[in-house]
Design a protein around this ligand. Structure first.
Ligand code: AGP
Length: 607
């Protein structure tokens, strides 16, 4: 989704902005642009398509100036085009704006501004902000921004330049993330930490309604009333290299390879000597006695981790749990009150629908526990309690290492609650802990099978659809594998509970249709065999994934991948890696842009 970067200092702003925007490319975008001020004049350059298109123009006609703002746009209002790209400038070329979010009342504002003679050149809601600031300008851009904030409805993170006040950048946040980076003789703004990680690790995390005024040597943060706020410096502990490809062809491959380490980080300090604990978690035994309903809410891959979580809560803590996608939960008047524990899962910590679900549940008195990867993210800050997944920065749009750590945290949390409510015995807790500690090694084993998976993908990459089927925990692994495949390879895919195929989807199976049968759960293994026979009878080409000991399934299917023997409860963690690799190699074989799939964004900050 859209990315923002801004710079003020002694360097040429263009260079810092382009370097920052290149680090935001992973978020997904369809146009890019920058604006600088030099000799009190505003300069803007923007271009549809990849950042390289903009760079090609800037190579011929650079924008000089030591203050500037930049943007990568993911189209919402108006098609991807040069004109709709940000920054947007006022007609008198005095004010330029980059914007993440949506101005909900942009139509009435636009009409009013048009009636005052403002001429619009784009279809965007953002252009309205530039004109509005121009119309309201009092000679003081900070004061003008405060007035404009009273008129705009919706969500916005803004970077603003004013040619009359060339020594400052103004940044504002309302319901869309924005950080301010603290440098030495230079300062920055960004929508995401990686954009400025090469320059500084010290940041202010802006809160809703806050305005930051940056000069080269100073940063002031104000509330909407204009009062100065004392902000705490947040020190980012990510290594700048963590947001680089480090020799891998794609971030997705690098992040898949990092999964054993990510799992170790997620388990560290929480799973030791056969017991499970969460330092810093406020949710305790007393509070759990008051809870009579648990809901898990998330989107996409995080929702799949939530489904696995629901299975674990019911198995280990014997608590009934509802799991729902955030975009449905928030619009259906959910039954949620002060006796509800709402668990939200989000890699980015910025997903708009998940944030809205938190706000709804909090308004009704629920206790909100967030499981997220990004320290200081909006979700982490708005929740009552946080469990960090500690996977390290995830750049590829297709989530991999975040998913396995989310599942790991769900298993830990379910066991922890089972311990609190007395439903999980010591021996089982010890077994879970021991099994979880095996997952890094098991993921390593999965990564070692890349050649086999690549060969399968190279042979089959021309397929137009692929089915996954599984039972119990395998179903969620299938759902996640299917999502991964869709998002990066654009192959149509379905994931079904194996027993459900005969109720409809089996009609789609024809000669040669590939069906991946995930068969890691011993209690339903025989049932899976029956389902395999059903699709084989309709011509399917079946690839079965089984644990060691079930190699003889080979006589029933076309291909078998044997995974190491493990506790059935932890299979969602290593088993999904085989499906991630399958999606990856199919996408590569089809020539797809794995890290930047079409139409998708890493951080979905619009509803
Ligand atoms: C994962 O591969 C997807 N890109 C997507 O489904 C993602 O998981 C979803 O948008 C939720 O994001 P979040 O975890 O940052 O909230």
């Amino acid at each position: 989704m859209c990315g923002i970067v801004g710079y003020i200092g002694d360097k040429q702003a263009q260079d810092v902005l382009i370097s920052g925007l290149s680090r935001l490319e992973y978020r997904g975008y369809d146009s890019a642009g920058i604006a600088t001020i030099e000799d009190d004049a505003l300069r803007v350059e923007k271009k549809k398509g990849r950042l390289v298109n903009l760079e090609n123009i800037l190579e011929k006609t650079p924008l000089s100036g030591k203050v500037g703002i930049g943007h990568t746009r993911w189209a919402t209002h108006g098609v991807p085009s040069d004109l709709n790209a940000h920054p947007h400038a006022s007609v008198n070329r005095e004010i330029a704006v980059v914007h993440n979010g949506i101005i909900e009342n942009y139509m009435p504002l636009k009409e009013e501004l048009k009636s005052q003679g403002h001429i619009f050149v784009s279809d965007t809601d953002t252009e309205v902000i530039a004109h509005l600031l121009n119309a309201l300008y009092t000679g003081d851009i900070v004061e003008t921004v405060q007035i404009a904030m009273g008129k705009m409805k919706g969500s916005y993170a803004l970077g603003i330049l004013c040619a009359n006040e060339p020594d400052k950048i103004v940044a504002v946040r309302k319901d869309s993330p924005l950080i301010v980076g603290l440098g030495n003789g230079e300062n920055f703004i960004a929508s995401d930490i990686p954009a400025i990680l090469n320059y500084t690790r010290e940041v202010y995390l802006l809160d809703n309604g806050e305005i930051a005024v940056l000069t080269k040597d100073n940063i002031q943060v104000l509330n909407i009333a204009g009062e100065i706020i004392d902000k705490e410096i947040f020190v980012v502990d990510w290594d700048p290299g963590a947001a680089e490809k480090e020799g891998y062809d794609h971030f997705m491959m690098k992040e898949m390879v990092e999964q054993p380490k990510a799992m170790m980080e997620a388990l560290m300090g929480r799973c030791c000597e056969s017991s499970i604990s969460f330092t810093g978690l406020k949710l305790n035994e007393e509070m759990m006695k008051q809870i009579n309903r648990i809901q898990i809410v998330a989107c996409g891959t995080a929702y799949h981790a939530g489904m696995v979580g629901k299975y674990y809560f019911e198995k280990f803590a014997r608590i009934s749990v509802e799991a729902e996608v955030a975009s449905e939960y928030r619009y259906k008047n959910p039954i949620v009150d002060k006796n509800t524990l709402l668990i939200v899962i989000s890699q980015s910590g910025e997903t708009a629908d998940t944030l809205a679900a938190i706000r709804l549940a909090k308004d009704r008195g629920a206790w909100v526990l967030a499981v997220t990867n990004v320290v200081g993210s909006s979700i982490a800050r708005e929740a009552d309690d946080v469990i960090y997944t500690n996977a390290g920065p995830e750049i590829a749009v297709a989530s991999t290492k975040a998913y396995v750590t989310q599942v790991g945290c769900m298993m830990l949390l379910a066991s922890y609650l089972g311990k609190l409510n007395g439903k999980l015995g010591k021996a089982d807790a010890a077994r879970i802990c021991h099994s979880l500690m095996m997952t890094p090694g098991l993921i390593d084993k999965a990564l070692e099978t890349q050649e086999v998976i690549k060969a399968f993908a190279d042979k089959n990459h021309k397929i137009y659809d692929l089915f996954y089927m599984g039972r119990g925990l395998d179903l969620y692994t299938c759902m996640e594998g299917s999502l991964k495949l869709k998002e990066i390879s654009y192959i149509h895919s379905e994931a079904y509970a194996a027993g459900e195929l005969k109720h409809g989807p089996i009609a789609l199976i024809e000669e040669g249709t590939i069906v991946v049968a995930m068969c890691t759960q011993e209690n339903v293994f025989e049932k899976m065999l029956s389902n395999i026979k059903e699709v084989k009878a309709r011509g399917a080409h079946v690839l079965a994934i089984v644990q060691e000991g079930h190699e003889d399934i080979a006589s029933e299917v076309d291909e078998v991948w044997v995974i190491p023997n493990m506790d059935d409860d932890i299979t969602p963690i290593p088993a999904v890696v085989y499906l991630q690799l399958l999606a990856y190699y199919l996408a590569v074989a089809r020539g797809c842009d794995v890290d930047k799939p079409k139409n998708l964004a890493k951080s979905v900050t619009v509803e």
